[in-house]
Design a binder for this molecule. Structure first.
Ligand code: F6R
Length: 606
């Protein structure tokens, strides 16, 4: 996904911008560029490809100047190319713009501008903004007024960084439906779409709200609302540093993040899983007024929501519906004031999840967001927030954030269960002591990572994989299959074990690998029969099961045992071997594990 960084101060802008962009690489991108103002001229260097390509060009073509904007682009309008990369210049090069988001009425605006004589050089929606601002400047408006006037014409989402050759002392940042923050420091200030871009320089941040506009100068920042009233902003102090986001001795961020999971789960429980009940600050929901729950999210987060549904229904016997956010928002879901809508998101910026949240609010539902990124849009807009305490997740493929989301689901299940009097304090304490043991059990699984490396070597050339299970074991199969697809680029499908024979079994052949999840004792025999059906057709079987499964025997070619826990909480353990399996497959195949092809960390467009 696109990333923005902007700088004004005494330093040379280019190194600051490049450093900032490097901290945004994890978001996924296909091109990068910078624009710097020097001697009343805006100079731009941009290119398709990795940041390294941009750095190489800049080594031979030094850009002077202490005011600049930079961008990493993830293509939406127009293919990845040098010309479509940001920053975009207005005709005559007086204005340069970087943009995250989508301008929905850009074709209409483009036509209007073309009629006025503007010539477009790129296929992007962003170029319209540069020309529009230029148009208003030429009408005699001040820079700030021209930007406000231009964004008034825009429909869609944007975070914008803008510089103008006649205003060498200012940088303008503005946002709607796409995040943007301002970094504050002595004699220099910054804008960024994501905090890591500027944390090297400052921990003091203004979080811009919808349609707020920041005029950023070397010695100060003024924030205005859409009507140009000055807004008094509070400084948000960031309490984690860039170091926290570095690889720390692991080959990849993903592996590091997999190993961080016991701590992340412990941190997510910390202060909440108390002797006499679950304590969730500021969540004073009256569950008596809730007759059903909806859960909505995208991708991996939606699988955490699925596990949440199962856990909450089991404990609370209240109906819970789940819907992928991109479906939910157009499905006219049946929700009202008696519905609690829970959205789950690592980034807190996923466009569809944000839209689902807004729809739920519009329909009068109470909303609760399970979010990792503090201060993100979803966190700010939901009625209640339960933060997962996963810290920054850098690898594009989610691992530790997912475990933290599952941990949050367990907390919610018990929290609602107690509120609704569906569990006694004694039952609660039983569940709570099991939860407290999970981080240690996760460590036990991680200690056997070598076995997964061996298995990945054995199955490195596999082309088709099925992940199967029943109940929660099926729900966790969804994530195993996604991980393998997204980082190892191997075709795989998750399937409810009992459903295979209704069609997909036709695809099973000699070279197929079946990953079977078995953590529910009562259903061991059923799933084992399904594994046998696959084996009879020549497939190889890799089973992930609990230590007490004495039945698996020779049905499986390979078995990975996880420590025994209540079936209700098994997913958080059985997920780890499949994460490691996908990781070792991907690294064994030489893939760019942390930045898999075609994927973005934060999907802020529909
Ligand atoms: C997969 C992955 C994605 C995200 C999805 C939602 O590894 O990371 O499927 O889970 O894009 O993102 P968030 O949680 O930021 O809303």
């Amino acid at each position: 996904m696109c990333g923005i960084v902007g700088y004004i101060g005494d330093k040379k802008a280019v190194p600051v911008l490049l450093h900032g962009l490097s901290k945004l690489e994890y978001r996924g991108y296909d091109s990068a560029g910078v624009a710097v103002l020097h001697n009343d001229n805006i100079n731009i260097v941009k290119t398709k490809g990795r940041l390294k390509a941009l750095e190489e060009i800049l080594e031979n073509k030094s850009l002077e100047g202490s005011l600049g904007i930079g961008h990493t682009r993830w293509a939406t309008h127009g293919a990845p190319s040098d010309i479509n990369s940001h920053p975009h210049l207005s005709q005559g090069s007086s204005v340069a713009v970087v943009h995250n988001g989508i301008i929905e009425n850009y074709l209409y605006l483009k036509e209007e501008l073309e009629e006025k004589g503007y010539k477009f050089v790129s296929e992007t929606d962003t170029e319209t903004v540069a020309h529009l601002i230029d148009f208003y400047l030429k009408l005699g408006m001040e820079f700030l007024d021209a930007v406000i006037k231009a964004v008034d014409k825009i429909e869609g989402s944007y975070a914008l960084g803008v510089i103008c050759d006649s205003y060498p002392d200012m940088l303008i940042g503005i946002r709607k439906d796409s995040p943007l923050v301002v970094g504050l420091s002595e004699g220099e200030n910054f804008i960024a779409s994501d905090m890591p871009a500027i944390l090297n320089y400052t921990k003091d941040i203004y979080l811009l709200e919808e349609r707020e506009i920041a005029v950023v100068k070397k010695d100060g920042v003024t924030v205005y609302d859409r009507n140009k009233n000055v807004v008094k902003k509070e400084i948000f102090k960031v309490n984690w540093d860039v170091e926290a986001a570095e690889k720390g001795g692991f080959d990849h961020f993903m592996l590091k993040e997999i190993y961080e999971q016991p701590k992340v789960v412990k941190d997510t429980f910390s202060g909440r899983l108390k002797e006499d009940g679950i304590v969730l600050d500021h969540i004073d929901l009256n569950m008596e007024n809730v007759n059903k729950i909806y859960m909505s999210a995208c991708g991996t987060a939606s699988y955490a929501a699925g596990i949440g549904k199962s856990v909450i229904e089991s404990i609370c016997r209240i109906p819970v519906f789940t819907d992928i956010a991109s479906e939910f928002r157009y499905n006219n879901p049946i929700i009202d004031e008696k519905t609690l809508v829970i959205v789950v998101s690592q980034s807190g910026e996923t466009a569809d999840t944000l839209a689902a949240l807004r729809l739920a609010k519009e329909k009068g539902a109470k909303t609760l967001a399970v979010v990792n990124v503090v201060g993100s849009s979803i966190a700010r807009e939901a009625d209640y927030v339960l933060y997962t305490v996963a810290g920054p997740e850098i690898a594009v493929a989610s691992t530790k954030a997912f475990s933290a989301q599952i941990a949050a689901m367990y907390l919610l299940g018990l929290f609602f269960g107690l509120k609704l009097n569906k569990i006694s304090m004694e039952e609660y304490r039983g569940y709570a002591s099991e939860l407290k043991e999970l981080p240690q059990k996760m460590n036990t699984v991680l200690q056997k990572a070598g076995k997964l490396k061996e298995l990945s070597d054995k199955y490195l050339n596999v082309k088709n994989v099925f992940y199967i299970g029943r109940g929660l074991d099926y729900l966790i199969s969804l994530e195993g299959s996604l991980k393998l697809k997204e980082i190892a680029y191997i075709h795989s499908e998750p399937y409810p074990a009992g459903e295979l024979k209704h069609g997909p079994i036709a695809l099973i052949e000699e070279s197929t690998l079946i990953v079977g999840h078995l953590t529910r004792k009562e259903l061991f025999e059923k799933t084992i029969s399904n594994l046998k059906e696959c084996k009879a057709r020549g497939a190889k079987v890799f089973a992930i099961t609990t230590e007490d499964n004495g039945l698996i025997g020779s049905t499986a070619d390979d078995v990975f045992y996880i420590p025994k826990t209540s079936y209700l909480f098994s997913s958080i353990l059985s997920n780890i071997p499949q994460q490691l399996f996908a990781y070792y497959m991907a690294s064994g195949l030489g893939n760019d594990v942390d930045k898999p092809r075609n994927l973005a960390k934060s999907v802020t467009v529909e």
